[in-house]
Design a protein around this ligand. Structure first.
Ligand code: SF4
Ligand code: FES
Length: 370
């Protein structure tokens, strides 16, 4: 088999520690402990190897990446290697001095998460009192420092009815882009689906709000929309196809084809401590397992969309069927599709706001960083 094209982007999860505790976090249920985190030296090598492999963008993420005091050093190395750097942050730990230091190191873009447009609800969802107000201040500091800003809003039953306000807030904060991402149900979100699953009506309303806002705000705000596929007929091309465009390095150095790949509990992953990034990308078993189309079962194998959506999402297929190689049940051709829609309808009718908060223990979440 010929070598795969180089990946476009690398998601560098610097730490799973985080002051927030969002119930849809894409980090694994078993969070990685601080003592195993890659050192600054190891991350610098990963950045060098990523640049050599042809990666164009590094997204510094977590958990909360600003908990790492060596973040400036890592961003500076990305700049030296001419790799675009983006910071994905909950924002609450930032102040103007740190933002200026990150910008001086070469940071090119900030992506700030919000949990809702309304403070009380946002703070409940994020499990962090005062977080929303702090995020608004930080968004203004980011713009004052001259950095472009994306607002990232994960949406679900508890905040979807405020979507118009979320759009207005992004405009007010002078964001260049708003990412509205429907919760993807694996890992923490799967555990919380009774509290998070939206109704079909909410999803249809959200689709209309986004379509209208995109039209109205042309030239003012770009809106990226990660569609919900529980009520759709065809799945999304998750990750642009497994092992095609992206790779993810976890705090302890595991190299994943997708940020949620560890939710597929029957897979193992190599680490950057064992083999160079390029070798893992090119022929690592986890990448090879679902790359291309040869692995596909029917109905995907003979479907005309197999090179368009690559059979949908492997993590969702595993969460819902126990088989990561199954056709994504979001697809109408999957034998599991009707039961998935039924499950979504039942869960969306559940009258609960009780979250299982993501946690590794408050002490560690708020812990110091080296
Ligand atoms: Fe996509 Fe497979 Fe469904 Fe075809 S059968 S639309 S390839 S998920
Ligand atoms: Fe992992 Fe879709 S989230 S492949």
């Amino acid at each position: 088999m010929s070598a795969p094209q180089p990946p476009m982007g690398l998601l560098a999860e610097l730490s799973h520690r985080c002051p927030l505790a969002c119930p849809y976090c894409s980090n694994p249920l078993e969070l990685e402990r601080p003592r195993g985190e890659l050192t600054a030296e190891e991350w610098l090598r990963v950045i060098d190897e990523a640049a050599e492999l042809g990666v164009l963008q590094i997204h510094f993420s977590g958990g909360e990446p600003t908990l790492r005091r060596d973040l400036e050093q890592l961003i500076a190395r990305a700049r030296e290697q001419e790799v675009y750097s983006n910071l994905i942050t909950a924002g609450v730990l930032l102040d103007r001095a740190r933002i200026d230091a990150l910008a001086a190191a070469g940071l090119e873009h900030v992506q700030l998460s919000i949990q809702d447009s309304r403070a009380a609800s946002a703070d409940t969802i994020g499990g962090y009192k005062g977080g929303h107000a702090r995020k608004l201040e930080v968004a203004r500091m980011v713009r004052a420092a001259g950095l472009p800003l994306t607002i990232n809003a994960v949406v679900h039953r508890q905040n979807l009815d405020h979507l118009e306000e979320i759009v207005e807030l992004a405009v007010e904060l002078d964001a260049v882009r708003l990412e509205v991402a429907h919760t993807q149900y694996y890992g923490w979100a799967y555990a919380n689906r009774a509290a998070l699953m939206p109704s079909r009506e909410q999803v249809e309303h959200a689709n209309a709000v986004v379509a209208a806002a995109k039209e109205r705000l042309k030239g003012v705000l770009t809106i990226d929309y990660v569609v919900p596929d529980y009520y759709a007929k065809r799945p999304k091309a998750c990750m642009g196809g497994w092992g095609r465009q992206f790779l993810n390095v976890t705090p302890t150095g595991k190299v994943l084809p997708c940020h949620a790949a560890e939710s597929i509990t029957d897979m193992t992953f190599e680490t950057v401590r064992e083999r160079p990034l390029a070798a893992i990308w090119e022929d690592g078993p986890a990448f090879e397992r679902f790359r291309g189309t040869a692995w596909m079962p029917e109905p995907c194998r003979s479907c005309e969309r197999r090179e368009i959506d690559f059979g949908g999402c492997r993590c969702q297929a595993f969460a819902l069927t126990g088989d990561a190689a199954a056709t994504d049940p979001a697809c109408g051709k999957s034998p599991e599709h009707a039961s998935m829609v039924g499950l979504a309808e039942t869960e969306s009718a559940a009258d609960t706001r009780d979250f299982v908060y993501r946690t590794m223990g408050r002490k560690e979440r708020a812990g110091r960083v080296d």
